[in-house]
Design a protein around this ligand. Structure first.
Ligand SMILES: O=C(O)c1cc(C(=O)O)oc(=O)c1
Length: 317
């Protein structure tokens, strides 16, 4: 375990230059008005570097400001969560050192989703498992990664399935028709990031979101994160300046999924929110978005506690 560097907010260490126009994560989030249930899990967040300790990958498509393990734990405590699921960010490629460091540092309170290549060895996977990794991420968003052929991904699935891991997939709604059969063929649990990025200017009862709902109905091994309203929203209002009813245009989509698939949904902050172009949300107010999409205490408990515990802490604490 490397010793944590103290990184000032908005800094990128190690001689890296942030991508022009980069928005830094929000420093000093508000205390949420919505109190998450005891044992709640922030099931989608990242760490970036710090670049000096964990250099960004040469093949990355963006260079962020650092967002360290200690800064993530401070946010966790501020928002009232008990645990995190940390997802390997594309700016680190398949170099999982920063991820493993945060998992080891968390004292069992974080699990991870890694990125691996087809030539990953059983020993490397065993080491990741021991650190707390429970899944791999396949990314199909063209602005973030170069496309990996599905045959290579199939080889990775064969290697990780015996460990009881799952596959996290990130894609945009317009690409689901092409990827539908491949996704449906994955035998492990599958978790879709950010509801497959629907275009929320379209009708939630229309064909585009209908295909996503069908995908979940036909494949009982598929889960989704009802996260990232700040990425999907077009009309807002934004989670800023005390706004308690943020991102109302995304609510019908997320609420629909939570109510139809209450046992297969997860929620996460997406801190430190890579590549936002428009605004950086106050994460406290993002937590206040949750009761708009999970409207009863029973649904909130499944979303924030039971479901992530089942997927990431199935063997107990
Ligand atoms: O939409 C994004 O830009 C984005 C990027 C990453 C990543 O770079 O890993 O992760 C996310 O969950 C979302």
């Amino acid at each position: 375990m490397a010793e944590e560097l103290t990184i000032a907010h908005g800094e990128t260490s190690g001689g890296f230059e942030k991508t022009p126009g980069w928005l830094d994560w929000y420093d000093g989030p508000s205390k949420p008005a919505f109190q998450v249930p005891a044992g709640a899990v922030d099931a989608h967040c990242h760490v970036f570097g710090p670049g000096e300790q964990f250099p960004y990958a040469p093949e990355r498509k963006y260079t962020p400001c650092d967002a360290s393990a200690d800064q993530l734990f401070a946010l966790r405590d501020r928002l009232g969560f008990e645990r995190n699921v940390v997802v390997q960010a594309t700016c680190h490629g398949a170099d999982n050192r920063a991820l493993v460091d945060v998992l080891r540092r968390s004292e069992g309170r974080a699990r991870g989703v890694a990125t691996v290549r087809r030539d990953v060895t059983a020993e490397q996977l065993a080491e990741l498992h021991e650190a707390g990794v429970r899944g791999v991420r396949f990314n199909f968003v063209k602005r973030l990664v170069d496309r990996v052929p599905t045959e290579s991904l199939g080889e990775i699935v064969e290697k990780i399935a015996p460990l009881g891991w799952h596959v996290v997939i990130y894609f945009e709604a317009e690409d689901l028709p092409d990827l539908y059969d491949f996704f449906s063929s994955i035998p492990t649990d599958v978790v879709v990031d950010h509801m497959g990025r629907p275009d929320v200017t379209k009708d939630p009862d229309g064909p585009e979101f209908g295909l996503f709902l069908r995908f979940m109905r036909e494949n009982p091994n598929v889960w989704t994160k009802v996260s990232c309203p700040e990425r999907l929203s077009v009309t807002g209002p934004r989670a800023l300046d005390g706004e308690q009813h943020a991102y109302t245009d995304v609510v019908p989509f997320a609420r629909r999924v939570v109510e139809e698939f209450p046992d297969r949904v997860l929620w996460g902050t997406d801190w430190p929110h890579p590549n936002l172009k428009d605004h950086m949300p106050d994460d406290g107010l993002l937590v206040d978005y949750i009761p708009q999409i999970a409207v009863t205490p029973a649904l909130q408990h499944k979303l924030l506690v039971d479901n992530p515990r089942r997927l990431y802490w199935s063997e107990g604490d």
